[in-house]
Design a protein around this ligand. Structure first.
Ligand SMILES: Cc1ncc(COP(=O)(O)O)c(C=O)c1O
Length: 393
């Protein structure tokens, strides 16, 4: 199998598994207990916190562990809603955010918050003029703008947006779930107030996340109880997964310091170049300048992405369509709509996503199999226009 769906999730790194194992076996103790074995477990949590903090340039006590990226986003947004209240405050977010931001924002709108969703340009980047206008027009409020988009990999102008928010007294959260570990993210250089992280996007297991809370920000916990995580997220700590997240963060920090994942970007670019040279009617979507090294978003004229996905799965390539697939029918995603991509182009797209485990051989083999799938589908669908999805053996 050739795995090219790393924006959905990544394989757990063998060194992460190795780091976790002792905490699933002999070091099972509750970190809050009073004996030496527990102190050792507590120390492992502190070490992992330091590793995550180092990856994003934070102080150790500015990082708390959560159950996943969705939880991190929800915790921040619900806290901000309580801190600011609905009477005078405005919620400012973007059209292309993940549902883990859009849905909590919708829930706020349902109970009377004023929610502004700012658009993006054709490259998939936030329209800063709209963002500025929304901030300037707000009496008080808070904002949430993602660092990198999950579908296109396009990096948002978070630094500029954060500055605008600060100038206008608007709190700033970023969903950095598709950016952390893949590209430089530093909370000293971009002074966001809150930042969400998810482990399974960079080789830790699923079900562990983190949240950066800038020192001194107001935060209302969603989960109250025994006071773990500095009282911000109670519940006995998921020690093995926390240790795994710490290890993955250290591995990603080393890779970024070495060469910013140059090998991953080289494979992605190689695939894009070959697809453009060897297949007719290929369109690359989104900014090519501002993007994480792990993602290519490609449309194949005359082919429905859902059909390509099935053919590629049969030929041993695991990939995502570039747009949402609902009840078997492919729909342009909200991200593609916001970018002004036509319905046909949207429906004919694939999201091809890489990691440091993707080899050049896998990349070349994937190109061959994509070529075959496109050819086959175009024959069946008649060459031009997007036809029905045909499933055949
Ligand atoms: C941008 C973004 N935000 C949030 C999430 C949700 O993260 P998790 O799967 O850890 O809940 C994802 C996962 O796909 C994502 O890509």
């Amino acid at each position: 199998m050739i795995y090219l769906d790393n924006h959905a999730t990544t394989a757990v790194h063998p060194e992460v598994v190795e780091a976790m194992m002792p905490f699933l076996t002999e070091h099972f103790h509750n970190p809050s207990s009073g004996y030496r074995a527990s102190r050792m477990v507590k120390k492992a949590i502190a070490e992992a916190r330091g590793q995550v903090a180092e990856l994003i340039g934070a102080k150790e006590d500015e990082v708390i562990f959560t159950g996943c990226g969705t939880e991190s986003n929800n915790m921040v947004l619900k806290s901000l809603a309580r801190v600011y209240g609905r009477k005078t405050s405005r919620v400012i977010t973007g059209e292309i955010e993940h549902s883990a931001v859009l849905r909590p924002c919708q829930a706020m709108k349902d109970v009377g918050f004023e929610v502004h969703r700012c658009g993006v340009d054709e490259e998939g980047r936030l329209r800063l003029d709209e963002f500025r206008e929304a901030c300037e027009g707000a009496e008080t409020g808070f904002s949430s703008i993602m660092w990198a988009n999950n579908e296109t990999g396009v990096i948002q102008p978070v630094g500029e947006a954060c500055e605008i928010a600060k100038e206008n007294g608007i709190a700033f959260h970023t969903d950095a779930i598709q950016a952390v570990g893949k590209t430089a993210v530093n909370v000293r250089e971009v002074p966001v107030d809150f930042l969400s992280i998810s482990g399974h996007k960079f080789h830790a297991p699923k079900g562990i996340g983190a949240l950066y809370l800038r020192e001194g920000v107001r935060f209302e916990p969603l989960i109250r109880g025994g006071g773990q995580e500095f009282g911000h997220r109670s519940g006995t700590e998921n020690v093995p997964y926390i240790v795994g997240l710490g290890k993955a963060a250290a591995l990603m920090k080393a890779a970024l310091e070495k060469d910013q994942h140059a090998g991953v970007a080289a494979n992605r670019d190689h695939l894009e170049n070959r697809l453009c040279e060897e297949i007719e009617g290929v369109i690359l979507n989104g900014s090519r300048e501002h993007r994480v090294p792990t993602c290519a978003h490609v449309s194949f004229e005359g082919c429905e992405g859902a059909g390509l996905l099935i053919l590629l799965d049969e030929s041993g390539v695991q990939i995502s369509t570039g747009s949402a697939c609902m009840t078997g029918k492919q729909q342009p995603s909200h991200v593609q709509k916001a970018m002004g991509i036509s319905d046909d182009q949207a429906k004919s797209s694939l999201r091809i996503s890489f990691s440091s485990f993707t080899t050049r051989e896998d990349t070349d083999e994937a190109v061959e199999r994509i070529k075959m799938a496109v050819e086959k589908l175009r024959q069946v669908q008649g060459g031009s226009g997007v036809g029905p999805v045909v499933v055949y053996s």
